[in-house]
Design a protein around this ligand. Structure first.
Ligand SMILES: [Fe+2]
Ligand SMILES: [Fe+2]
Length: 194
């Protein structure tokens, strides 16, 4: 269950984010919390990372790049080309500076929710999965990922990574190496755990 801190953040975010974005963040929070309970994670961390994961999603590409430069956050060539990829790292920065979040697992989950990575905490895995599969996502692959997430975490993560990679390739977008590294490690070692 969300703590009083998380509930207070929810109230503030409701005023800051667009209604659609806020609803999505709530969906991610709720699904990630349920999955944390199922898979032995920390429901409070999942709730906090879930509600905050897209706090920087409504910044413009120029704002994201400017924030990264101002705070000396490394920007890789893919992020330079598609600054929207930075909303995870900048979101983690805002969570720390503006919302007082100091838990490294929560900050990592926010930072990695777009690309995933080969090594991720359970909280980060759950946020990546819930971002794709939360109930507000009505497309068929999201529904399937949601059903799978209640049955087998590894299979659900593999499915979502595959869907993300297929989408990126079909759209002609750049594929982030971290996403590929996550899929390969999951297939080779059966886990993304650190
Ligand atoms: Fe996002
Ligand atoms: Fe999201």
């Amino acid at each position: 269950m969300p703590t009083s801190v998380t509930l207070r953040i929810c109230e503030e975010l409701r005023r800051i984010l667009s209604p659609e974005r806020y609803e999505h963040c709530q969906g991610v929070m709720n699904l990630a919390t349920q999955l944390a309970q199922k898979y032995g994670g920390d429901p409070e961390k999942a709730a906090l990372a879930g509600i905050l994961h897209d706090i920087a999603r409504e910044l413009s590409p120029d704002q994201l790049l400017a924030e990264a430069r101002r705070h000396r956050i490394p920007v890789d060539p893919l992020e330079e080309k598609s600054p929207i990829l930075l909303h995870g790292k900048i979101g983690a920065l805002h969570a720390r500076l503006d919302w007082g979040v100091d838990d490294p697992e929560v900050l990592e989950a926010i930072a990695l929710h777009i690309t995933a990575d080969s090594h991720m905490s359970l909280t980060a895995q759950l946020i990546f999965l819930a971002d794709f599969a939360e109930p507000g996502r009505s497309f068929g692959s999201a529904r399937f990922a949601r059903e799978l997430s209640y049955i087998n975490l590894g299979s659900a993560l593999e499915y979502v990574l595959n869907q993300e990679i297929i989408f990126v390739l079909n759209q002609g977008f750049l594929l982030h190496p971290k996403t590929l590294a996550a899929r390969n490690r999951l297939l080779l070692e059966g886990t993304l755990n650190p």
